[in-house]
Design a protein around this ligand. Structure first.
Ligand SMILES: *Cc1c(COP(=O)(O)O)cnc(C)c1O
Length: 383
């Protein structure tokens, strides 16, 4: 493709001396699993996000699974989540033996519709798992308010949203803050808002490693301790295993790459927001598509338009013919995947948007010239 949906090469070329050196240092140290590099990354990410604990694990999926286990969620429990996400979200709930309960999305932001959560709460409900889809924070104030009222835990799936900032009325209400503190709590990185946040460092994410990786973040000491045990076979002390855990450690080669990249993440997220603004501007007069809102704090992991009149697949083909990549995230809602064998009633807005969404090329190094070219080709379709 002349303009691929994602190109990781320019970023590596830019950082090559720094990354190659960091990798060489780890090779020399021969400390390959956890070790000092992972510890440093954990501290740096905890500082960046403003959370007390950050625990490196094998993947974003493992971060979700371990977060659920650390909250004692398992067989017989229900966890409320969005029907519109990558399957790892629901899969983590199913893997710990709990049942995912799917809530429809908000048409304007692709995220869980918080006004429909209460209807799905039962005596078995233990937690709510919002996803900050495409890099846009979900309605955390509303979600935390419901969680508090019903005594539920909140696990944030932040896989697509490293560096995303949530602007809410009062995030402190969940932590029973004083009125005078509220103003200070109106702006927060995602992940540290609920009880636990789960991040992915899969190479294509906003903060991507050169292999698999993930991180659990929390302000709660007990959750952090359990998560640390669960990632190393349920042991606090070697050979004194107390829980059935996992082998889910972050390796030092990934950590050293992430430490180099972390320094640039705000700059890259800003570049993504600029690309989104440019697309929106260039596509503003196109009657056949709906462009996304550039809401505050959105880090545009994906720039996703909606194509009207059932023309999405046709437009995708047209772009491909013009050597432009695009992706459909996601063609089938999680709850309608074959794995759930038609056990769930489809959610109408999710179904509609699954048929309309199209994600366009976006990565920090994508030039305005290329963005303009993509937009021009879209505007030349069907007119
Ligand atoms: C990527 C992703 C995950 C899983 O992360 P991995 O590191 O690939 O395991 C989970 N949830 C969402 C929304 C994702 O996009």
């Amino acid at each position: 493709m002349k303009i691929p949906v994602l190109d990781l090469k320019p970023q590596y070329q830019l950082l090559k001396p720094e990354i190659d050196q960091a990798i060489a240092n780890v090779l020399e140290s021969t400390q390959f699993v956890l070790g000092p590099e992972v510890k440093l990354l954990e501290t740096e990410i905890a500082d960046y996000l403003g959370v007390k604990h950050a625990i490196g694990v094998n993947s974003g999926t493992d971060a979700l699974i371990i977060a659920l286990r650390a909250l004692n969620i398992g067989i017989g429990d229900e966890v409320i989540t969005t029907s519109f996400s990558f399957y790892a979200t629901a899969e983590s709930i199913s893997l710990v033996g709990a049942k995912p309960i799917f809530v429809d999305i908000e048409e304007g932001d692709f995220n869980i519709n918080s006004s429909q959560i209460k209807d799905k709460i039962t005596s078995k409900t233990k937690a709510i798992m919002p996803v900050h889809l495409y890099g846009q924070p979900a309605a955390m104030t509303e979600i935390l308010t419901i969680a508090k009222e019903y005594g539920l835990k909140v696990i944030e799936d932040c896989a697509q949203a490293f560096g995303a900032v949530y602007y809410g009325d009062c995030l402190g209400c969940h932590q029973s803050c004083e009125d005078s503190q509220r103003q200070n709590l109106t702006q927060k990185y995602v992940g540290g808002i609920g009880d636990v946040g789960a991040y992915s460092f899969y190479p294509t994410k906003n903060l991507g490693a050169y292999g698999d990786g993930g991180m659990i973040v929390t302000n709660n000491d007990d959750i952090a301790e359990l998560a640390k045990m669960l990632r190393v076979h349920g042991a606090k002390k070697n050979y004194h295993n107390e829980l059935v855990g996992y082998n889910s450690r972050l390796d030092s080669l990934q950590a050293c790459v992430l430490r180099v990249k972390l320094k640039y993440i705000n700059q890259w997220n800003e570049a993504r927001r600029n690309i989104a603004k440019n697309y929106n501007h260039l596509l503003a007069n196109n009657q056949n598509i709906i462009t996304p809102n550039i809401s505050k704090g959105h880090v545009f992991h994906q720039y996703t338009i909606r194509v009207k009149n059932g023309k999405r697949d046709e437009l995708k083909e047209y772009l491909a013919k013009n050597d432009i990549g695009s992706m459909i995230y996601y063609p089938i809602p999680q709850d309608q995947l074959p794995v759930y064998q038609e056990k769930y009633q489809p959610n109408p807005i999710t179904m509609k948007l699954a048929g309309e969404v199209l994600s366009l090329p976006i990565f920090p190094e994508l030039s305005l010239e290329r963005v303009t070219e993509v937009a021009q080709i879209i505007n030349s379709f069907n007119t």
